[in-house]
Design a protein around this ligand. Sequence first.
Ligand SMILES: CC(C)(COP(=O)(O)OP(=O)(O)OC[C@H]1O[C@@H](n2cnc3c(N)ncnc32)[C@H](O)[C@@H]1OP(=O)(O)O)[C@@H](O)C(=O)NCCC(=O)NCCS
Length: 187
Amino acid sequence: MTRTSTQKIEIRLVTKQDVPALQAHLKRHFSESGRNGFHFFPYAPDDPIGPSGIDIEKIEIPIGEPKWQRWFMAVETGTGKVCGHVDLKGYALRTSSHRCLLGIGIEEEYRAMGLGKRLMQTGIDFARSIDTVDWLDLMVFAHNTPARKLYKSLGFEDTGYSKDLFRIGPVSIDDVSMTLNVATSTR
Ligand SMILES: CC(C)(COP(=O)(O)OP(=O)(O)OC[C@H]1O[C@@H](n2cnc3c(N)ncnc32)[C@H](O)[C@@H]1OP(=O)(O)O)[C@@H](O)C(=O)NCCC(=O)NCCS
């Protein structure tokens, strides 16, 4: 299949109506983890409890309240297919409401052509636009070189390293925590 130019892919905020198309993308994307031995999610392929995906009620929780979520999706303009996403999630504790957690994923055939950078920038810009959020956190497997390079190039710094945090079958996985300060200087 010919690769789509990322210029023909638009990124927009996910609304309730978009949820089925986003969920179809997440299902395709989650099934890619572990393919060819490359894991990017902490779940075994046969794990009955998979990644939580999007929670339709949480996208309507006001930002700043515990467990709020906002998602952006990358949509191919011609076909309407959702091929990538970036999500921001508030923590459960009110005492961490000045931080949020970023997740990102792109289906395999759309990777390494600049879409990851565009989605990350969308997430960062959104976090910067929230007055109450000062830190944008993420977690990434230590072996995920493309993702770590991308995050570093956008200013994220390593804040922690957890050796052997996950075990998927015989594979032991180390995990890296990273963060970006998104506080605006006027604050
Ligand atoms: C990680 C991911 C989001 C990156 O998105 P992408 O669209 O592939 O990345 P981009 O094309 O925007 O590339 C941006 C930068 O990432 C790095 N990068 C991307 N692919 C790379 C590769 N195969 N090898 C090394 N670096 C790579 C480079 O620094 C690149 O910058 P450059 O173009 O100046 O060299 C995407 O590959 C993906 O979804 N992977 C599977 C799921 C995943 O790993 N999610 C993250 C879990 S924490």
